[in-house]
Ligand binder design. Structure first.
Ligand SMILES: Nc1ncnc2c1ncn2[C@@H]1O[C@H](COP(=O)(O)OP(=O)(O)O)[C@@H](O)[C@H]1O
Ligand SMILES: [Mg+2]
Length: 256
């Protein structure tokens, strides 16, 4: 029997004005797997991820998440899906004027009837889980870059999500802090069993966190396989990217 599909992108097309970003993307993600979606900056990784939650809608094609068709879903249905999916935003996207407690508990404070004392307890538990105990009263400005990423993960965990989407979780971090965030992604997976999707251009992170790697290039998924398979592929576009070479079929100066 096929593993249960929890995210499905079918013949997805998305353009902004003249710029074609997604040009027939097909991708199926199964419950419990860890997949990295790699590709150059500006290739459309974040755009792809935003379709999963209906933050962007396709021009054509279908997006499925947890059994619901996202395009065409009612707003209440979209909220129900979003409640079951954690989104760790690029740059952490914490509200500077709110404390760590208010940031991490934001969803529960504003979109549920959970009593504040229960939210305090849940926030403390999630902060401990991501290695940030006793930080609830701090302001985001008092956190280092790595700590901000951790707070972003804690915020994504408050709803006990079945799927966690990480957008560039290691970008902008030094290699040691990045390695610790990769460990956190893996520990979180072990603890929650959540299906894990990591958008990244950091191959070290992809190899460390994912059991499957898909590469987005020129609007399409041009590779989909294991880490061993991607290292062995003779696709010159994929090899140029994973080896980080300036010379090859991809023009380093051209980003569409
Ligand atoms: N809301 C938007 N409106 C117009 N253009 C957008 C929007 N979001 C993304 N884009 C464009 O789509 C392309 C892909 O962006 P993005 O998905 O952010 O790339 P990345 O792979 O670095 O995450 C870029 O050319 C970007 O400028
Ligand atoms: Mg992005």
């Amino acid at each position: 029997m096929d593993q249960e599909s929890v995210i499905g992108l079918e013949n997805l097309h998305k353009s902004f004005g003249e710029t074609v970003v997604l040009d027939s993307v097909d991708l199926e993600i199964h419950r419990g797997e860890s997949i990295a979606i790699i590709g150059r900056s500006g290739v459309g990784k974040s755009v792809l991820l935003k379709h999963v939650l209906g933050l962007l809608m396709p021009d054509s094609g279908d997006v499925w998440c947890l059994g619901t068709k996202v395009n065409g879903a009612s707003l209440p249905d979209l909220y129900r899906i979003r409640a079951r999916v954690g989104y760790v935003f690029q740059f952490s996207a914490l509200f500077d004027s709110l404390s760590v407690r208010e940031n991490v508990g934001f969803y529960l404070d504003n979109h549920t009837a959970t009593p504040p004392a229960d939210i305090d307890r849940i926030v403390d538990e999630k902060l401990r889980q991501v290695g940030l105990p006793d930080t609830a009263r701090l302001a985001p400005a008092e956190l280092s870059g790595g700590m901000k990423k951790r707070a972003g993960v804690a915020r994504a965990l408050v709803g006990d999500p079945e799927i966690i989407l990480y957008d560039e979780p290691t970008s902008g971090l030094d290699p040691i802090t990045a390695a610790a965030i990769n460990d956190l992604i893996n520990e979180t997976k072990t603890l929650t069993h959540a299906t894990t999707v990591i958008i990244t251009h950091d191959m070290a992170s992809a190899y460390k966190t994912a059991d499957r790697i898909a590469m987005l290039h020129d609007g399409k998924i041009i590779f989909d396989g294991s880490a061993d398979e991607i290292r062995a592929t003779d696709n010159p576009y994929v090899q140029q990217f994973i080896q980080g070479r300036a010379h090859g079929p991809i023009d380093p100066l051209f980003i569409k």
